[in-house]
Design a protein around this ligand. Structure first.
Ligand code: DSN
Length: 410
């Protein structure tokens, strides 16, 4: 049957949008054509509840080959004892990790949302905040970086069963060794959600949490540049409980087309080319940060060591994050409003925007392009005259046309 014209029209418009915009959402990326093909493949037809060699359905021989290969690639790439690549999302990966390590009502120490944490790290309206007793660490008010004195004090005072780190908007290298020392001191499990930095870890430009943590969760579609979904890695002693927590605990049939796409991403991330890519993501983020700073903008924690830059706009420019996001979108730059540490604005407005370099690095942007992007952003956030916006929009389109994506897709 032919594709619905309604869907086809929207799909074509979305392709054009992706081709003609500069994508700076730190959690997005462009997957390879091989991954696109696998996501839309016949693997979507198959039910395969269970795990390779232990399925509840017949006909799983080739599905098992792909999933087993993905598991082995994940274990090798991240030096993990055990891997489960079935979680449908990062949220479900985190839910499975909690079910593996703790019981409802137990205390967990994690990073607050405004400081850079995630909804599933205990936000009161998320399942995590409703089931477990979360206590939050923030960042140091002066440096806007993690403060290990505060983290240790909170751990000693609250005696959590689990200490969790990993962030959605934190721009510095995370010291997993220090976290592990604190966890050991208070006899807590240690969990890392490396969703944002998984590709940087795979590429060797961020320390690997698997060395220290009992359980490591991630999404597979951010810096790792794979199919949309989740994955959990853990020490051998948690393997059985983790697998049961995912299936039959919280999920039924795995999405084998997505699992094949994740496997392809793990294969791609194991190549020397991916190491070059990961390194360039960080070089580009530093170039973007320097350009914004040279234009007088204030960055949270004064810069970046990873793929993300967070710009404070409320006090320094007098606009909210939401307004900044809208201004940038009007010229073809896609970002997202973002809370900053100790934010006084509500999450729907915020005082900052979050920018990331993974997607445009995939497209081929290097330092010069990111310096230009920084100049454009600073210029339009400070001056929204019609003439300035028009000029900026043209520069964005020129940059996009120089670095096309999916040349074979129409
Ligand atoms: N929504 C993701 C992000 O943008 O960071 C996290 O789940």
């Amino acid at each position: 049957m032919k594709m619905s014209q309604v869907i086809k029209d929207s799909l074509e418009k979305e392709l054009k949008r992706q081709q003609e915009h500069i994508e700076l959402i730190a959690s997005e990326n462009y997957v390879s054509e091989a991954i696109l093909e696998l996501n839309g493949s016949i693997l979507t037809n198959k039910y395969a509840e269970g795990y390779p060699g232990k399925r509840y359905y017949g006909g799983c021989k080739y599905i098992d080959e792909i999933e087993s290969y993905g598991i082995e690639l994940a274990k090798t790439l991240f030096k993990a004892d055990h891997a489960n690549i079935q979680p449908h999302s990062g949220s479900q990966a985190n839910e499975a990790a909690y079910r593996t390590l703790i019981k409802p009502g137990d205390t967990v120490l994690s990073m607050s949302l405004d400081a850079g944490g995630h909804l599933t790290h205990g936000y009161p309206i998320n399942f995590s905040g409703q089931l477990y007793n979360f206590v939050f660490y923030k960042v140091n008010k002066e440096t806007e970086e993690m403060d290990f004195e505060e983290i240790r004090d909170l751990a000693l005072k609250n005696k959590p069963k689990l200490i969790l780190t990993g962030a959605s908007s934190y721009t510095k290298i995370i010291d997993f060794k220090k976290f592990k020392e604190i966890a050991d001191e208070v006899n807590a499990y240690f969990m890392v959600d490396m969703a944002h930095i998984a590709g940087l870890v795979a590429g060797g430009v961020h320390p690997n949490p698997c060395e220290y943590a009992d359980v490591v969760t991630t999404t597979t579609h951010k810096t790792l540049r794979g199919s949309r979904g989740g994955m959990v890695l853990c020490k051998q002693k948690f393997a059985k409980e983790l697998d049961s927590a995912i299936f039959p605990g919280i999920q039924g049939g795995p999405l084998e087309n997505q699992i094949a796409g994740k496997t392809q991403a793990l294969y791609e991330a194991s190549t020397p080319e991916f190491k070059v890519y990961a390194k360039q993501i960080v070089i580009n983020a530093k170039a973007l940060a320097n350009s914004l700073k040279n234009n007088g903008l204030r960055l949270i924690a004064n810069g970046t060591e990873n793929h993300t830059v967070i710009v404070e706009v409320k006090d320094s420019i007098g606009i909210t994050g939401k307004q900044a996001e809208t201004i940038l979108e009007s010229i073809g730059i896609i970002s997202n409003k973002n809370m900053i540490p100790f934010d006084k604005e509500k999450p729907v407005h915020t005082s900052g925007i979050r920018l990331g370099t993974p997607a445009m690095t995939t497209r081929g942007f290097k330092e010069n392009e990111f310096e230009e992007v920084g100049n454009i952003i600073a210029s339009v956030l400070k001056n929204q005259s019609e003439e300035n916006l028009k000029k900026a929009k043209l520069s964005v389109l020129n940059l996009c046309q120089k670095f096309p994506i999916y040349k074979n897709l129409k």
